[in-house]
Design a protein around this ligand. Structure first.
Ligand code: PEP
Length: 245
């Protein structure tokens, strides 16, 4: 059975003190909760929480293990402070830092090699949806960055479908739109790896998820949870989302 996951992406928000308060307020219900916090907080937060219950997540990584890559953070470093999950290919990284599908494939490989779980993000722009090329585009992102993986490694990967037009906009994909894309993605995975493998992959929805819409979204048969930005910065809201399964 694939995992139900509530993942929070704090992005570049909260000071260390504010983050500690928020962390202490998040209630852990009976699902996998992942908190992707800013790099500087990971080490301390790893000691503050029971990482068996709440997984600590990073928002990015560099694919090389070590070396002269000023300013970058490697998977062995993340692992050494208790990180369990790594967001890879968030649309903000693709857009502002020009991260390509091929580069993201390297990050996925490094993450899996290190024994951590990639949360691989994909999603289309509004223009692509309006042009009717959204299914092909998002399946292409999956093909380009994940289809070199063995079935065993793919099964260790979490996918987050995040339509760019829904991220931070307050506009959520409808339940039908989310389910439709998640089913297309699962079918796409099945076309390469078989239905049994595809059925084991958790596919999260991201894009203006909140305490009021999470329950309906998570009730969609192919939606296995959420990757949550803005609402993960409010402990009560995020706790409500995590309780929405
Ligand atoms: C995100 O950035 O991953 C995200 C889904 O943000 P928000 O929930 O704020 O739309």
């Amino acid at each position: 059975m694939r995992k139900k996951i509530a993942a929070g992406n704090w992005k570049m928000n909260k000071t260390f003190e504010e983050g500690q308060i928020l962390l202490s307020e998040v209630v852990n219900p009976n699902v996998q909760v992942v908190l992707c916090v800013p790099f500087p907080y990971l080490s301390t937060f790893g000691k503050m929480i029971d990482t068996d219950k709440v997984s600590l997540g990073a928002q990015n990584c560099y694919p090389k293990a070590s070396g002269a890559y000023t300013g970058e953070v490697s998977i062995p470093m993340l692992k050494s402070v208790g990180v369990g999950h790594v967001i890879i290919g968030h649309s903000e990284r693709r857009q502002y830092f020009n991260e390509s599908d091929a580069f993201l494939a390297e990050k996925v490989d490094a993450t899996l090699e290190g024994g951590l779980t990639p949360i691989f993000c994909c999603g289309e722009t509004l223009e692509q949806r309006n042009e009717g090329i959204h299914f092909d585009f998002v399946c292409g992102q999956i093909t380009n960055s994940l289809f070199h993986l063995s079935a065993e490694d793919l099964k260790k990967t979490v996918i987050a479908y995040e339509p760019i037009w829904a991220i931070g906009t307050g506009v959520t994909a409808s339940n039908d739109q989310a389910q439709e894309m998640h089913k297309v993605l699962r079918d796409h995975l099945a076309s390469k790896y078989g239905q049994e493998v595809a059925d084991e992959i958790s596919i999260l929805y991201g894009g203006s998820v909140n305490g009021a819409n999470a329950q309906e979204l998570f009730a969609c048969p192919d939606v296995d949870g959420g990757l949550v930005g803005g609402a993960s910065l409010k402990s009560r809201e995020f706790t409500n989302i995590a309780k929405s399964f």
